[in-house]
Design a protein around this ligand. Structure first.
Ligand SMILES: CC(C)(COP(=O)(O)OP(=O)(O)OC[C@H]1O[C@@H](n2cnc3c(N)ncnc32)[C@H](O)[C@@H]1OP(=O)(O)O)[C@@H](O)C(=O)NCCC(=O)NCCS
Length: 205
């Protein structure tokens, strides 16, 4: 018998999984931003303290949902929040404009997500991919968005990655903007950044 997929709010037991999944969803961008800042510390511990446990970070634990098979371990996770809140919260004050320079085109493009419920990170462990877990996390995000008064989810991503773009298009996302992705040895992607949105039906009661 196959265990049922359960999607729940993340809690403190999930911190290490979330930090790893955040790295997986960033394709090297997170590593680039923190490179050399804390040479004696593990990046996972840094992300837990500076992002996941930090209420001033958009990636605070409270914005994550996790997918598990039955009572099993975490298979994947998604982080999302209203864009207006995302925009207000600092990523990390230690990440200076100089550090952000390689992704400045992405930061500028993100302004096009105003008014959306913004999905900032999503990832599924490689062993669980292709089984519908990612789509279930998107459906769960739509329910959260609707509960918060939104009918549109927005996100930015790697516009020339066929697997990622195929995944979002399958759910109903459409392309609303692109910007060149500056080649960088740390970033495991090339071509363009893309912003996408998905307007889902608001139920009429
Ligand atoms: C993107 C990701 C979250 C998808 O999760 P998933 O659980 O594998 O996705 P699902 O099984 O729900 O959906 C798979 C769908 O994606 C699409 N897809 C997957 N690979 C594809 C490819 N190479 N080309 C086109 N479409 C593809 C298909 O529509 C597929 O549906 P199908 O199997 O019915 O054809 C997962 O692949 C992942 O963690 N990737 C690494 C992290 C990442 O890139 N995150 C997004 C960054 S913004």
């Amino acid at each position: 018998m196959t265990a049922q997929l359960v999607i729940r709010s993340a809690d403190a037991h999930d911190l290490r999984d979330l930090a790893q999944l955040m790295l997986a969803s960033g394709h090297g961008v997170v590593e680039l931003l923190y490179e050399g800042l804390f040479p004696d510390h593990d990046l996972i511990d840094i992300l837990i303290e500076r992002r996941l446990r930090n209420p001033a970070s958009f990636a605070h634990l409270s914005n994550w949902r996790v997918a598990c098979l039955g009572a099993g371990p975490v298979e994947g996770a998604v982080c999302a929040l209203p864009f207006a809140v995302y925009e207000r919260l600092t990523g990390d004050p230690l990440i200076t404009p100089e550090r952000l320079a390689p992704i400045q085109e992405l930061i500028d493009l993100d302004a096009g997500l105003a008014g959306t419920f913004c999905l900032t990170n999503i990832a599924v462990w490689p062993s669980g991919r292709g089984k519908g877990i990612g789509q279930a996390l998107l459906a769960d995000t739509a329910i959260r968005a609707r509960a918060a008064g939104f009918d549109r989810i927005g996100l930015s991503t790697f516009g020339d990655d066929p697997a990622v773009m195929g995944f979002y298009r399958r759910a109903g996302f459409r392309l609303i903007g692109t910007a060149p992705l500056r080649p960088h040895p740390r970033i495991d992607a090339q071509g363009h950044w893309a912003i996408l949105d998905w307007t889902f039906n608001t139920p009429t009661v």
